[in-house]
Design a protein around this ligand. Structure first.
Ligand SMILES: [Zn+2]
Length: 278
C-alpha cells in the first residue's frame, strides 16, 4: 500500500497512453472529497457516476498514476464525501498533496465551463490545464492566489494574532493576499502594518505550501520587529500580542505551513539561547 514515508507526489498534466495497474482516482461530489474507510482509502478504480472523458490527469504518486474527476451523482454507499480539509488532514502528506491538486483542477474545470468575457461555452485544451472560449479565444487557467504569511520576532517573543474565525484560543502568524502590482516584500510590510500597526525589517523567506481552500499558495516569511505599538485592525484581528516562546497559546497544527513556520522559529530561538560550544 502506498503509505511508505518516501512516497512522493510528482505533479504532471499529460495523461499517459496507458494508466498504471494501480491508479488513484480522486473523486469529488459537490466539492467534497470521496474516501473509504481508513487513512489511505482513496479509490483505486473509477466510481460509478463519473465519466473517464472528463477525468484530469494530475500526476504520479510514487510509481502510480493519479486522476481527478467530479461525480455526477452521489457516491456509492461504501464511500463517503468529506470536506476537503478534513479529508486531507486524515491522509498521509503525499496523498494529501495529490488530493489538494486534484481539488483545484476539478474546481477550475467546473467553474470555467463558460467564458468570463463573452459567456460562450469553453473547451478543454488537450495537453494543459486550459479552457478556451470557442467564440472569442479567451483562455482560462486554474486560478492560484498567492498569500503571504509573516511571523514577526522580537528577541524571544513571537507576534501572534487571532482572526475572529479561528477556533477558540488559537493564535497564528499574520497572513493576507497579495494585491495586483505588489511584490511579496511590499505585501508583507503592508499586511503587518495594516493588521497590527508595526514596522518590520530583515524579511526572510521560510517556505511555501499550496493551500487549496480554494486556490491559495501560501508563502511564509519571518521578520524582525522594527518599530511601533500593536494596534489590531478592527474586524480582521480580534487580538494580537507578543508571546514568549516559553508561554505560547494554542498554535496551528503541523499540517499547515503556519504550524511549521512557528515550530521552526521556536526551535531557532531556543538554539540561539543555547548555542553549541564552539
Ligand atoms: Zn469568450
Amino acid at each position: 500500500m502506498p503509505n511508505e514515508p518516501d512516497f512522493n507526489f510528482t505533479p504532471a498534466s499529460q495523461r499517459p497512453a496507458e494508466l498504471t495497474g494501480i491508479t488513484f482516482w480522486f473523486h469529488f461530489w459537490q466539492g467534497r472529497l470521496i474516501l473509504g474507510d481508513g487513512p489511505t482509502s482513496v479509490p483505486q478504480q473509477r466510481l460509478p457516476g463519473s465519466d473517464d472523458a472528463h477525468a484530469h490527469y494530475i500526476g504520479r504518486l510514487g510509481e502510480f498514476d493519479c486522476l481527478a474527476l467530479a461525480l455526477t451523482e452521489a457516491p456509492p454507499d461504501s464511500w463517503q464525501a468529506v470536506p476537503l480539509r478534513q479529508g486531507m488532514m486524515g491522509l498521509p502528506p503525499e496523498l494529501a498533496a495529490a488530493a489538494g491538486r486534484a481539488a483545484q483542477v476539478v474546481e477550475w474545470d467546473r467553474s470555467h465551463r463558460f467564458c468570463g468575457a463573452c459567456g460562450h461555452p469553453t473547451e478543454r485544451k488537450p495537453h494543459e490545464y486550459c479552457r478556451v472560449c470557442m467564440a472569442c479565444g479567451q483562455s482560462a487557467y486554474p486560478r492560484i492566489s498567492p498569500a503571504m504569511m509573516a511571523l514577526v520576532v522580537r528577541g524571544r517573543e513571537l507576534l501572534l494574532a487571532r482572526s475572529p474565525n479561528f477556533p477558540p484560543g488559537r493564535y497564528s502568524a499574520l497572513a493576507g493576499f497579495v494585491e495586483p502590482g505588489e511584490s511579496l516584500e511590499q505585501c508583507v510590510a503592508r499586511e503587518v502594518q495594516e493588521e497590527v500597526g508595526l514596522k518590520i525589517k530583515q524579511l526572510r523567506y521560510f517556505g511555501s505550501q499550496p493551500w487549496p481552500f480554494p486556490h491559495s499558495l501560501m508563502l511564509a516569511f519571518t521578520a524582525e520587529y522594527d518599530s511601533g505599538d500593536i494596534t489590531p485592525q478592527p474586524g480582521e484581528i480580534e487580538d494580537a500580542r507578543w508571546f514568549d516562546i516559553d508561554a505560547l497559546p494554542e498554535l496551528p497544527p503541523p499540517f499547515s505551513i503556519s504550524g511549521r513556520l512557528i515550530a521552526a522559529t521556536i526551535a531557532r530561538l531556543r538554539q540561539s539561547d543555547n548555542p553549541e560550544p564552539a
